[in-house]
Write a protein that binds this ligand. Structure first.
Ligand code: OGA
Ligand code: NI
Length: 343
């Protein structure tokens, strides 16, 4: 039984030639990879135009949010050096010896720095083909002392990366506010003291990718997500009932609207289902930055977007309440926002 006691998928892999039964999805819930669309992708927005006189970029972002809930960004202002260091240290971390990685292991979703596997091993029935390191990163000084110290450059490289992605998140929040017809600072102010989490997702090669998911279809619970991925495809986005594969483009990020923008916008923008599939040849790394309200921030539809003809569709709640529900109920196609809908 020794091999099944290994907490991390990456350490189980060397011993398996087929997908273990606890990773196999029921037939009604499999990726059906031959039905995925590869011939068009999500919009690519050039952020170079996001300066004074930027109304055409705001319009592009607004349309992408409305029609896809997803877009890619280029000329985003984050240097290739910062991105490369982040990706390299992420890869190095997951290639450390098992004993070294396990120092951070925890299955408690409320821990602010932890290495784990699948999604929530305490509550789920079927496991996902993923290990992940998840940690909080804003305010940086509250959390950096919890982060891994191996690889030795981990804290420096990741801190630099998160400061940069926070800057990008703030610019995008201004653009999204304006695209909704709100004051530029609206979303910034709605998030209380703000919070930022990150994950490093590690998807090992999988002998039978048709039977399981890296991550099944889900919506993100936070405000916006900025995803960095390596050059191995795996992310898919649901559009008009079909899964679209997002082909990696070097030096771009993928941005998506999370549940909190769906609520704040009173359903103008939707938090769209997406998933990660795995492949039999190559490991894949993806690094989402989850930009969040602070736990005490009160969320609800923005009053300027509601009136007699557009009544608020959601109750008000604290982000802490939302976040706990998200982790308890697990990844699910019936998204978490529905629990906060008014009737
Ligand atoms: C996530 C996510 C997608 C990917 O971590 O929430 O959607 O491509 N990841 O890894
Ligand atoms: Ni996601």
């Amino acid at each position: 039984m020794a091999t099944t006691m290994k907490p991390l998928l990456s350490d189980l892999i060397p011993t398996v030639t087929c997908v273990p039964p606890n990773y196999v999805r029921p037939e009604s819930d499999r990726p059906n990879l031959n039905e995925v669309t590869f011939d068009h992708s999500i919009p690519l927005v050039d952020l170079r135009g996001l300066g004074p006189n930027h109304s055409s970029v705001i319009k592009e972002i607004g349309e992408a949010c409305r029609n896809y809930g997803f877009f890619q960004v280029k000329n985003h202002g984050i240097s290739k050096e910062v991105i490369d260091k982040m990706m390299n240290v992420a890869k190095e971390f997951f290639h450390l010896p098992e004993s070294e990685r396990l120092k951070c292991y925890s299955d408690d979703p409320m821990k602010t720095t932890r290495l784990s596997t699948s999604f929530n091993v305490k509550t789920e029935n079927v496991s996902n083909w993923r290990d992940y390191l998840r940690f909080h990163c804003f305010p940086l000084e509250d959390y950096v002392h919890e982060w891994p110290t191996n690889p030795p450059s981990f804290r420096d490289d990741v801190a630099e990366y998160c400061k940069n992605t926070r800057g990008l998140a703030l610019r995008l929040l201004e653009a999204i506010s304006e695209s909704l017809g709100l004051e530029k600072e609206y979303l910034n102010c709605a998030l209380g003291k703000h919070a930022q989490h990150m994950a490093i997702n590690y998807y090992p090669p999988c002998p039978e990718p048709e039977l399981t998911y890296g991550l099944p279809g889900h919506a993100d619970p936070n405000v916006i997500t900025i995803l960095l991925q390596d050059d191995v495809p795996g992310l898919q986005v649901l559009k008009d009932g079909k899964w679209i594969a997002v082909k990696p483009i070097p030096n771009t990020f993928i941005v998506n609207i999370g549940d909190q923008i769906q609520v704040l916008s009173n359903d103008e923008y939707k938090s769209v289902l997406h998933r990660a599939v795995v492949n039999c040849k190559e490991e894949r790394i993806s690094i989402p930055t989850f930009y969040c309200p602070s736990p005490d921030a009160m969320m609800g539809p923005a009053p300027p977007l509601t009136d007699g003809d557009h009544p608020p569709l959601y109750t008000n709640y604290s982000y802490a309440e939302y976040y706990q529900k998200f982790w308890k109920r697990g990844l699910n196609a019936e998204t978490c926002v529905d629990m906060f809908k008014i009737n």
